[in-house]
Structure formats: structure tokens, C-alpha cells
Design a protein. Structure first.
Length: 270
């Protein structure tokens, strides 16, 4: 397995960790960009980085964990630009990584779910297009998997994430609208797999419901799973990401990786 650190910008905190399996004959794997959460204040890679990457390897993916800019001084669309650079790197080096460049997905958690969703929905951002030399749409993943995602700045939204993303304690309506994903879903948005829990105490499940409604209104394909009972940050839902919290282990929720892989396999989902 090839495990390397790939710098994406001059900032030493912005990079990819690669998890690339040895090639087997002429089999080409899919690629998945893994984006941990952290409220845009940190990158929670311990539970939502490497364990996720390794979980997807068995389903025929090579994985790339993104470490991106966080904090009040790093404002939108900086993170979207970094995630776009990550997709570009993966596609540019598809042959080396033994992947199909047309089969690049992104999975993100909490605020990382917002960033993965931004790749799928806001990929046309003018600042990103003008900053990266790439073909139109090159940064758009085939599909996005959004796990207990931050989505909306509505009254049920996770305001802390948006304060960090905008760099303001009191972001105005225009700033908030620009990063509220449900307001931007259209015919060009990538198909989505969405997972949340009904009792999420930190990022209200209404975020995922609002996103699903937006996808439905836009006529875009999506799959939505709402599980009845687990706290925010459940990650894999198994012993690997338990980390001393029994509530993080749920056999039903632990099936989401397999379900996401099956969704990606289903031609009817795209």
C-alpha cells in the first residue's frame, strides 16, 4: 500500500494522506476523497479520517484524506478551493494511483460533510474556477456522501461552523446564503448519499432533511438514511471508532459504508 503525504498548497496544514492499495492485474479502483469534520475550527481526522479510508478500501476504493484550512481567518471559498485541488490531484494522477478518473467520490462528516457537499453543489464557484487551471467541471465528484452534514444556516443550523467559515460572529444574510447548501442545489449538482441520526444533538437532523427536500425539488437523485438514535459524530458506528463512547456503536448505523458503496454501484442512482 502507498501511504504518502501530498502537499496541495504552500500551507503545510493543507495536504492529502493517501491510502492506495497495490495494483492487482488491470483492475482499476474508484477513488474517494475523505473529508473529516470539526466545525471548520479543526480537522477531526482521528475518527473521521484514516478509519474511514480503510473502511472503503475493501469496497474497491483508493482513499485520500483531506486536511484543509480551518479557523476564523480562513474563509469560504478557501476550503472549497483546497478540496477542488484535491480532486484535481487525484484525477491528474489516476494512472499512478490505479483508479478510474471518472469514478471519483467524496465523503464528508459534519462540517466535512458541508465541504463534500460544496464540491458536489458549489463546484461552479467563480473564485475557484478562476484560481485553478483545469477543465470546466473537473473538480466535480461523480457523487458525494454526506454524513451527519452541516448544511443550512437556518434557525436549526450549526451556526458555529458558519461563523468560522465566514470569519464573523455576526455573518449577514448574504454571507450565510452563499454557504447554505440547500439554497444552491440545481440540475448540475452531483448525486448525493446522505446519512443522519434523528437524535443528533449538535447538527440537527433538519439539515439533512432540508438538503433532501432541495434535491427532490431540483429533480436530482439522492438517497437519504435517517437512523433513530445516536449522538453526533458516530463515524463508522462500530468498535473501531467507539473511542470510549458506547453510544457510538450501533449495528444498524455501522451498515452505512456498505450502503454508500452499494449506492455508488447503482447506475440508477446517477
Amino acid at each position: 500500500m502507498l501511504c504518502t503525504k501530498i502537499k496541495l498548497t504552500e500551507d503545510e496544514n493543507v495536504y492529502l494522506d493517501t491510502y492506495v492499495a497495490d495494483k492487482v492485474g488491470d483492475f482499476k479502483r474508484r477513488a474517494i476523497l475523505v473529508i473529516p469534520g470539526g466545525g471548520y475550527g479543526c480537522v477531526c481526522s482521528e475518527r473521521e479520517g484514516e478509519p474511514i479510508a480503510l473502511a472503503f478500501l475493501k469496497y474497491g476504493y483508493n482513499a485520500f484524506v483531506l486536511h484543509y484550512s480551518v479557523g476564523r481567518t480562513n474563509n469560504f471559498p478557501k476550503q472549497l478551493l483546497e478540496a477542488s485541488l484535491a480532486v484535481k490531484h487525484i484525477k491528474d494522477n489516476a494512472e499512478e494511483y490505479g483508479i478510474n478518473s471518472e469514478e471519483v467520490f467524496a465523503v464528508g462528516f459534519s462540517a466535512g460533510g458541508h465541504l463534500a457537499g460544496s464540491l458536489g453543489i458549489l463546484w461552479k464557484n467563480e473564485e475557484v474556477k478562476n484560481s485553478i487551471d483545469m477543465p470546466y467541471g473537473y473538480n466535480k465528484p461523480k457523487g458525494v456522501m454526506m454524513i451527519y452534514p452541516v448544511v443550512s444556516s437556518a434557525d436549526f443550523g450549526h451556526l458555529g461552523s458558519f461563523k468560522n467559515l465566514t470569519g464573523s460572529d455576526n455573518p449577514d444574510e448574504q454571507q450565510l446564503a452563499a454557504v447554505s447548501l440547500e439554497k444552491h442545489v440545481d440540475e448540475d449538482s452531483a448525486p448525493a448519499f446522505i446519512m443522519h441520526t434523528a437524535t443528533d444533538e449538535m447538527v440537527n437532523v433538519q439539515n439533512s432533511l432540508a438538503l433532501g427536500e432541495a434535491y427532490a425539488k431540483a429533480g436530482k437523485k439522492f438517497e437519504l438514511h435517517i437512523y433513530p438514535n445516536a449522538p453526533h459524530g458516530v463515524a463508522l458506528g462500530n468498535e473501531i471508532t467507539r473511542c470510549g463512547c458506547d453510544a457510538y456503536v450501533d449495528k444498524s448505523i455501522a451498515k452505512w459504508v456498505e450502503q454508500a458503496a452499494e449506492w455508488a454501484d447503482n447506475d440508477k442512482a446517477f
